[in-house]
Design a protein around this ligand. Structure first.
Ligand code: APR
Length: 246
């Protein structure tokens, strides 16, 4: 396991302050799920506009469903990793001082035990009717892609050009403005409005920490960079910030 260290400020703020965690696909990489960008990413050799827009679904629902069915099956077979489990332990320890805002739709944070969670980009485990808007949970991948109203159902994720779930961004932005520390893990920080949350926190005085083996679009605008995998860094951070850890 790589040795990862954090500043005294980060540790102190985790122990006493309000904590906002923003995650992206990189947090699920160590569970065997592809990220979107970079080598082997979901968008490599694929055009997101052809797979993740309402227009693409209207044009060719079969192809779009094939893409999401494959992602749902892989997510169903995957398990939360040490990074997910560390965030569940952090929520357990911090209670109301903790909020997790995720761009991930794979459900691994929830399966690890997080409950104080804002899903900015929806969920692979929900289906929505394109005619009546009815939404249903589909945890075992058996639900029909036809709604009771006869309409076609689509994956309950947010596609490019679509608004985020009602109130989700507002809740996340409000928490960022009140946070004492913002942890940003496993995201390339190029998709807005999610990528703007750390800056909201920083402008309001939060200490911002980026956890990512690669530099990202915001690496020059955070207080602390931890160039490590979240599966190592998050457990190390939780351990270092637990009472009596000095
Ligand atoms: N630990 C931490 N970070 C990692 C790890 C790891 N083990 N492995 C990869 N990463 C980092 C990569 O370096 C990259 O910066 O995770 C990031 C993943 O970036 P993206 O693939 O762009 O995923 P994300 O930022 O979540 O994408 C945002 O874009 O396609 C849309 O809606 C989709 O929610 C998604 C949004």
């Amino acid at each position: 396991m790589e040795r990862v260290s954090f500043s005294g400020t980060a540790i102190e703020r985790l122990r006493s302050g309000r904590v906002l965690v923003l995650t992206g696909a990189g947090v699920s990489a160590e569970s065997g799920l592809a990220t979107f960008r970079g080598e082997g990413g979901l968008w490599e050799g694929r055009d997101p506009v052809e797979l993740a827009t309402p227009e693409a679904f209207r044009r060719d629902p079969k192809t779009v469903w094939r893409f999401y069915t494959e992602r749902r099956e892989k997510a169903a077979q995957a398990s939360p990793n040490a990074g997910h489990r560390a965030l569940a332990a952090l929520e357990e320890a911090l209670g109301e001082r903790f909020l997790l805002v995720t761009q991930n739709v794979d459900g691994l944070h929830e399966r690890a035990g997080n409950r104080r969670i804002v899903r900015l980009h929806g969920s692979l485990w929900r289906l929505r009717c394109t005619r009546c808007g009815d939404e249903d949970e589909d945890l075992d991948l058996t639900a029909s892609h036809r709604c009771r109203c006869g309409g076609r159902r689509r994956p309950g994720v947010v596609w490019f050009g679509e608004p985020l779930p009602e109130g989700a961004y507002e809740q996340a932005a409000e928490a960022a403005a009140r946070a004492d520390i913002v942890l940003v893990a496993g995201t390339s920080s190029i998709v807005y409005p999610a990528a703007g949350l750390p800056e909201i926190g920083r402008e309001a005085g939060a200490w911002t920490v980026e956890i990512n083996p690669e530099r990202t679009a915001i690496s020059d605008r955070v207080d602390e960079r931890v160039p490590a995998a979240s599966g190592s860094a998050l457990p190390a951070l939780v351990e270092a910030s637990s009472p009596g850890a000095d």
